[in-house]
Design a protein around this ligand. Sequence first.
Ligand SMILES: NC(=O)C1=CN([C@@H]2O[C@H](COP(=O)(O)OP(=O)(O)OC[C@H]3O[C@@H](n4cnc5c(N)ncnc54)[C@H](OP(=O)(O)O)[C@@H]3O)[C@@H](O)[C@H]2O)C=CC1
Ligand SMILES: C[C@H](O)[C@@H]1OC(=O)[C@H](O)[C@@H]1O
Length: 254
Amino acid sequence: MGLLEGKTLLVTGGSAGIGRATAIEAARQGADVGINYIGDDAAADACLAEIAALGRRGFALKGDVADPETARAFVSAAVERLGRVDIFVSNAGICPFHAFLDMPLDTFERTMRVNLHGAYWMVQAAANQMVAQGGGGAIVAVSSISALVGGEYQTRYTPTKAGVHSLMQSAAIALGRHGIRCNSVMPGTILTDINKDDLADPEKRARMAARIPLGRLGDPEDLAGPILFLASDMARYVTGAALLVDGGAFVNLQ
Ligand SMILES: NC(=O)C1=CN([C@@H]2O[C@H](COP(=O)(O)OP(=O)(O)OC[C@H]3O[C@@H](n4cnc5c(N)ncnc54)[C@H](OP(=O)(O)O)[C@@H]3O)[C@@H](O)[C@H]2O)C=CC1
Ligand SMILES: C[C@H](O)[C@@H]1OC(=O)[C@H](O)[C@@H]1O
């Protein structure tokens, strides 16, 4: 029997990278799965096909997480298609690399709106559904090692990841009385589309890899287990926690 047998799980940014790996592993573990994405219809369809091949129900909702209306639509679609929301994974995010001193206003605002505002409205919509249906629930947000350490070209990104971590801590307090647990994962450097341009520089890629005691950059599938553990009943007494999933990069000072 799978870890998530009989549960329903929603994940934002489920068409690619960490969200996609999480969606597919959740289906493998017995969950029905709804994914949100913003643009890549073919990738969303491919993910749904994998969920169906695992014998689970799935649906996709296209929409921008920065728009609070997308959160309401995603949760409504989940109730209509899957009946309820047991687990919510807030994952969608962007990271346009740019220098600090000439940061364009629109790059700053877009990153805040997608990564932080988007997580806030999505988590609130999912929590309202969990409270209304009863029986508790689990919320996992994808924060980052970047909540704890900086990046020269990530000055509008790292505060959003610290904000997501903080949101899970406060939501854990607000929702504990409803039996809803809220935790975050903090990935290190994971090979996905979000950083393929940045890591195309072989020198930077080698420098990032050299910092990792486990000897390699991460793959999206490395996150699925930790996310789904926190989402599962095996973590029933864990809330307000943050789990680094970075191959040991953070602790490697010297
Ligand atoms: N990769 C890494 O090294 C790390 C990533 N993270 C975090 O992990 C999360 C996932 O990143 P990752 O898997 O690498 O990224 P990817 O670029 O591989 O995937 C991003 C996903 O989010 C979707 N998406 C992007 N913008 C929006 C939006 N405005 N509304 C709805 N969906 C959106 C994309 O949809 P579509 O396919 O349609 O474009 C896609 O499904 C992010 O929050 C990121 O900050 C944290 C630490 C490290
Ligand atoms: C996109 C970056 O490569 C990635 O994003 C994060 O949150 C990590 O800290 C990496 O810098």
